[in-house]
Design a protein around this ligand. Structure first.
Ligand code: DGY
Length: 355
């Protein structure tokens, strides 16, 4: 008798009380979430593991490995997954979405840019998409400032001299351009563009101008003047590209727009490589039609080591490291993970692209 009532109490507890205690997790922990790379930050994985069964690729989702071994791995792991955390700039293919099937409800890309995310296919299947803007703006803006200085002060040539042990010594040698007193033009005054202006405030810039779809209140607060793209190209000593890649912005820097720049203009790109027609940029730099360029993004990535851009002394190129700091990558991981948690527990995405 006593034994029976003990069993009844235990059964009641298992069915009613324990699930209530762990309400948040039991709601979702039978759901599977796939993380596309073996180097996603632990902080993001911790968030996911509290809620879901987490599957993670054994491979890194970048470069060659991402398009060979990892591709097969992801196709094998994705069936039945409800969420996908995408950790690279490789395109999300229709094949992968087909394999995922109708269980897939949300994709969170650990990047601000989402030009690789196949929006049309996601939309057609009703899959939500989140990105990780804002948390990376400070780090990307720091790299933009680095590129401004690197291109203006001829880091490529100077580093080369140091490596060769052949310094051009002289009062009038390897002279660069000042940021002080210059006009800095920001193409796209979003989070990154604004962070660039804030960081350059201490450089005694003469004037900030910006262009975009519309004038922004933040522009006024930062003391930046809204101008047309043509006005920006004609006035700026430094031109910083901080816009997403879309059909509208693809090759926005081309032979026509380069021809509108000042002879001392320095072009900086922290957006995507395809914002710039690289053949036209090569010609403009080679012919000293503009002064220099600093790029954190190129087409393709990695840029082949025998690429013609790398033969130029007046270009300073980094390997897409804009958001690559320990803190920022962790913040991006946590934000991507929390977007998945929200989507799969019926809450709005924190940073939605498609909802
Ligand atoms: C982004 O998040 O889009 C940056 O390019 C870093 O990957």
């Amino acid at each position: 008798m006593l034994r029976n009532s003990f069993i009844a109490t235990l059964t009641f507890a298992v069915i009613h009380v324990l699930p209530a205690l762990g309400e948040n997790t039991t709601m979702t922990n039978n759901l599977k979430v796939l993380v596309s790379s073996n180097d996603f930050p632990e902080s993001g994985l911790e968030v996911l593991r509290k809620h879901f069964t987490v599957l993670q690729s054994r491979f890194i989702h970048f470069g060659e490995e991402g398009i060979t071994e990892n591709k097969e791995e992801l196709l094998n792991l994705i069936p039945g997954c409800s969420g996908l955390v995408w950790v690279s700039h490789h395109p999300i293919t229709k094949e992968l979405l087909d394999k995922a099937g109708p269980s897939l409800k949300v994709v969170a890309t650990a990047s601000a840019g989402y030009n690789h995310c196949n929006l049309d296919e996601l939309k057609a299947r009703g899959i939500k998409l989140a990105n990780t803007p804002n948390v990376l703006s400070p780090a990307v803006a720091e790299i933009a400032v680095g590129l401004i200085l690197g291109a203006a002060r001829r880091f490529t040539e100077n580093l080369d001299q140091v490596r060769r042990g052949e310094w051009e010594i002289g009062f009038n040698k390897v002279l660069g351009q000042d940021v002080r007193g210059s006009t800095v033009g920001i193409v796209g005054l979003g989070g990154i563009g604004q962070a660039v202006v804030k960081r350059l405030a201490g450089f005694e810039v003469g004037k900030f101008v910006y262009t975009g779809h519309r004038e922004k209140p933040e522009g006024k607060a930062l003391g930046a003047e809204f101008v047309s793209l043509d006005q920006l190209l004609a006035q700026s000593d430094f031109i910083v590209l901080a816009v997403p890649l879309t059909s509208e912005t693809k090759h926005m820097i081309n032979s026509t727009t380069l021809a509108k720049m000042k002879k001392n203009a320095i072009l900086v790109n922290v957006g995507r490589g395809d914002l710039v027609d690289q053949d036209a940029l090569y010609d403009a730099l080679k012919n000293h039609q503009i002064y220099a360029a600093g790029l954190d993004v190129t087409t393709p990535e990695p840029l082949p080591k025998d690429h013609k851009l790398l033969t130029l002394p007046n270009i300073f190129i980094l390997p897409h490291i804009g958001s690559a700091t320990v803190r920022t990558r962790s913040d991006m991981g946590v934000l991507a993970a929390n977007n998945v948690v929200n989507a799969l527990s019926g809450k709005p995405l924190i940073t939605p692209v498609l909802e």
